[in-house]
Design a protein around this ligand. Structure first.
Ligand SMILES: NC(=O)c1ccc[n+]([C@@H]2O[C@H](COP(=O)([O-])OP(=O)(O)OC[C@H]3O[C@@H](n4cnc5c(N)ncnc54)[C@H](O)[C@@H]3O)[C@@H](O)[C@H]2O)c1
Length: 316
């Protein structure tokens, strides 16, 4: 049994990771300020502290509770907000991270899992599926802070010997997701379908993303928590893309969800939104060579997600 501290564990991804660790018999402590997460997501078997990761109390908690592993999922993750208020973005994603990280260094934890984003750190990549070694040219303050977090981890590893892995997620979807995440379109389309309203696609719908199901993301986290990781001689040695390598267009996604819902609604097109990446998919060869593989097919994952959103809305 290990002691796992999960920041952001009341959120979409962190709460699923908490469930998985509890199911393995680990002890779980969740730190979340509920700015975006929900108290209902906190599993019954977990301890919960409603705290902001920038708060000194979180550093004290790390020192007192002495986790074996910290899974750092708390973040400011709204790209648009990062553009309008880059200082707030940095205060959570950099200052908040450093508050947790400094405490982790002081107590000497076994491993730190840091969550980055493969959808933003590469910018508009030249090669797809994009490998970890591709140029990192983020196009938003959120992308900059996610990448800077990786660089801090690498520094703590090199100078203080702190063991870590950085997971670069693609677009994660599944039960408990909401319309604001990087795969928010799945929730937005589902809600439209449940209301029997037309689905609106911005642009021609041919823009693509790499949608990865939450179950596969949880499996990647469990894997990386205990795997033998390669020596870190550069930033990318401890960075692992988590995705499927499959590009799905927004048109295909809408078709898939319409199939999953069994409903008939029309698809409408509106003017493309400025500043969106055109295409994105991640090469996951490195994580696969450690024994992880994405297992959930898109149709299966969309059906699970749609059913969960329908249940939440009390519509079957
Ligand atoms: N959802 C995706 O597709 C995706 C893709 C790439 C990376 N990520 C990363 O994964 C992580 C989890 O994302 P998610 O989709 O579960 O989002 P989420 O908003 O559901 O979860 C984030 C959690 O962090 C909490 N939080 C935010 N600021 C905090 C603070 N200052 N102190 C304490 N808690 C705070 C929120 O209340 C929330 O519960 C984030 O780091 C995000 O950047 C997500």
């Amino acid at each position: 049994m290990a002691r796992i501290l999960i920041t952001g564990g009341a959120g979409f991804i962190g709460s699923h990771i908490a469930d998985a660790h509890l199911a393995r018999g680990d002890q779980v402590l969740i730190v979340d300020d509920l700015s975006h997460g929900r108290a209902e997501n906190v599993p019954a078997g977990a301890e919960f502290m409603e705290l902001d990761i920038r708060d000194q109390a979180v550093a004290d908690l790390v020192v007192d509770w002495r986790p074996d592993l910290i899974s750092h999922h708390a973040a400011q993750m709204d790209v648009r907000l990062s553009v309008s208020d880059p200082r707030f973005d940095a205060s959570v994603n950099i200052d908040g991270l450093l508050n947790v990280l400094e405490a982790a260094r002081r107590v000497g934890i076994e491993r730190f899992i840091y969550v980055s984003s493969g959808g933003v750190v590469y910018g508009e990549p030249e090669v797809r599926p994009t490998p970890e070694t591709a140029a990192k040219l983020p196009e938003s303050p959120y992308g900059v802070t996610k990448l800077a977090g990786e660089q801090y981890l690498y520094y703590y590893h090199r100078v203080h010997g702190l063991d870590y892995a950085a997971l670069r997620y693609s677009n994660v979807y599944g039960p408990r997701q909401d319309p604001h995440g990087e795969a928010g379109v799945v929730a937005i389309f589902s809600n439209r379908l449940l209301a029997n309203s037309p689905v609106t696609i911005f642009g021609d719908g041919k823009q693509t993303r790499d949608y990865v199901y939450i179950g596969d993301v949880v499996a990647a986290n469990l894997h990386v928590a205990s795997a033998d990781l390669p020596a870190a001689r550069s930033l990318d040695d401890r960075a692992f893309n988590v995705g499927t390598g499959v590009e799905t267009s927004v048109n295909e996604l809408a078709e898939g969800l319409i199939r999953a819902s069994g409903r008939t609604v029309s698809v409408e097109y509106a003017e493309a939104r400025a500043g969106e990446l055109r295409h994105s998919s991640l090469d996951t060869t490195r994580l696969q060579s450690l024994g992880w593989t994405p297992a959930v097919k898109m149709d299966e994952g969309l059906t699970e997600t749609y059913r969960w959103i329908a249940r939440e809305a009390n519509i079957e």
